[in-house]
Design a protein around this ligand. Structure first.
Ligand code: ACO
Length: 417
């Protein structure tokens, strides 16, 4: 059984060895009192590595790199501060490959868990994703049992917990900003593609939430997604999501990580309609391929005229990720009636200058190759590239670029690119 100790008595120098790799839950699942204490005690621990996911708190801080080497699969959220200081190393991996990469690397796992109201049972709460497997393979598992964490379906065996501290604190929220007119226009184009009975995956950002709002009158939708947001939860509440047509997890929404507000956490608490699942379920090609009209709605920083997309680097900095982008795109390609969608604004403002995100050449890596590219959506329309040649793709993409950039894109286009 786990040993229960007070937070103030937790001395990481007793638990973390120099050279260890420490990992913790991402976003709202980060056990903030544990990570704050680990960082405060870092000098006494000696040099160690931290593998981090999406950061919403203060832990990704460049000043901690005097003792801590940070690695992540993403530059998302507050990880950007590390990336800006060139203090974040990136593991370039598909999300589906992450559990396998981490299994034999992580020595110490820190989790925020929820206890069942009747006591004795613990849940991984806001994130099941890649931490589920690590709870069994890490040398040491230290958990924060937070009274305010939602109890979700992803249970963790008490036998896998070594040290336990109790807290009662609010979770970190990701509060939505109102969508801009551009985001609304993109969302309307995306929503127009989604048929009744589709199984939806929503990626990061304002557009997916806005799409969800527009689908409330659809019938028999399903949800199978990496992140579950407030927008998706509202779609469930609207009655449009029944999950009735899924071959597996029938009647139940499948998600890996909760990313949103307190309202989302309350909705997920003891909710039998939500199955929190590990990456081997949420991002597995064979699972996704079976889902009816699997519709993957994700974004990119820029797309070139052949359909290649960069989802990782902007302005020379790592701000995004490979993440589940290709897992979900390929799942949608493989699903009968599937829709692999990348939705992005046609322009971005950089230092007061407007630039086209539909570009002749990408300024960062081609995360999504041209053979994986499918449906690209901007506020100016939809370019379905799936049966188009390179020349046809260029025309289709120029047609959804900002009108002010179309002539220039046409002039600078190179054949075969
Ligand atoms: C767990 C899961 O499964 S999640 C779902 C699947 N996963 C994925 O799809 C992962 C890949 N996708 C992503 O990481 C994200 O969707 C992204 C990075 C592509 C887009 O995220 P967004 O938050 O919409 O990025 P956004 O467009 O705001 O750009 C990020 C920043 O880069 C800047 N930027 C964007 N494009 C450019 C450019 N071409 N040049 C310079 N700067 C740029 C923006 O201005 C913004 O800066 P700011 O935050 O300081 O204002």
């Amino acid at each position: 059984m786990p040993s229960l100790i007070e937070l103030e008595a937790l001395d990481f120098a007793d638990h973390v060895l120099p050279g260890d790799v420490v990992c913790w839950g991402q976003a709202a699942a980060e056990p903030l009192p544990l990570t704050a204490r680990l960082m405060a005690q870092r000098s006494r621990v000696g040099g160690f590595s931290a593998f981090i996911g999406i950061g919403l708190g203060d832990t990704p801080d460049p000043t901690f790199t005097d003792r801590v080497r940070f690695t992540s699969f993403c530059g998302t959220g507050t990880n950007r501060r590390l990336a800006a200081a060139d203090a974040l190393d990136i593991l370039p991996v598909h999300y589906s490959g992450l559990p396998g990469m981490l299994a034999d690397r992580v020595d110490v796992l820190l989790l925020q868990v929820a206890e069942h109201p009747e006591g004795g049972r613990f849940s991984l709460s806001c994130a099941c994703d890649y931490v589920e497997g690590l709870a069994r393979t890490a040398r040491l598992v230290i958990v924060e049992v937070n009274r305010q964490a939602p109890f979700t379906s992803a249970e963790i065996d008490a036998a896998d917990i070594d040290v336990l501290v109790r807290t009662d604190r609010p979770l970190t929220e990701l509060v939505r900003t109102a969508p801009s007119p551009t985001e609304r226009a993109i969302a309307a184009h995306v929503a127009s593609l989604v048929p009744d009975g589709a199984t939806l995956q929503f990626g990061l950002g304002a557009v997916p939430d806005c799409v969800a709002e527009l689908l409330a009158t659809r019938m028999d939708l399903g949800l199978h997604t990496g992140v579950l947001s407030d927008g998706a939860a509202e779609l469930m509440r609207s009655g449009a999501v029944t999950n009735a047509l899924k071959p597996s997890h029938r009647g139940v929404t499948v998600a890996g990580t909760l990313l949103g507000s307190r309202a989302l956490f309350d909705f997920a608490h003891l909710n039998p309609d939500i199955c929190m699942a590990p990456i081997r379920v949420t991002h597995a090609l064979d699972v996704l391929a079976q889902l009816p009209a699997f519709t993957a709605i994700n974004s990119a920083l820029e797309v070139d005229l052949s359909g290649q997309a960069n989802t990782e680097m902007a302005g020379g900095r790592y701000v995004g990720t490979i993440g589940g982008a290709l897992d979900f795109l390929r799942g949608a390609w493989a699903s009968d009636g599937g829709l692999p969608i990348i939705a992005l604004p046609s322009t971005v403002e950089v230092k007061g200058e407007r630039r086209s995100r539909i570009a002749v050449r990408l300024s960062g890596p081609a995360t999504i190759g041209r053979a994986d590219a499918a449906i690209i959506v901007t506020e100016h329309g939809i370019a379905d590239l799936r049966k188009l040649s390179l020349a046809q793709r260029a025309e289709a993409l120029i047609a959804i670029a900002d009108p002010a950039f179309r002539d220039d894109l046409r002039e600078r286009r190179r054949p075969g690119a």
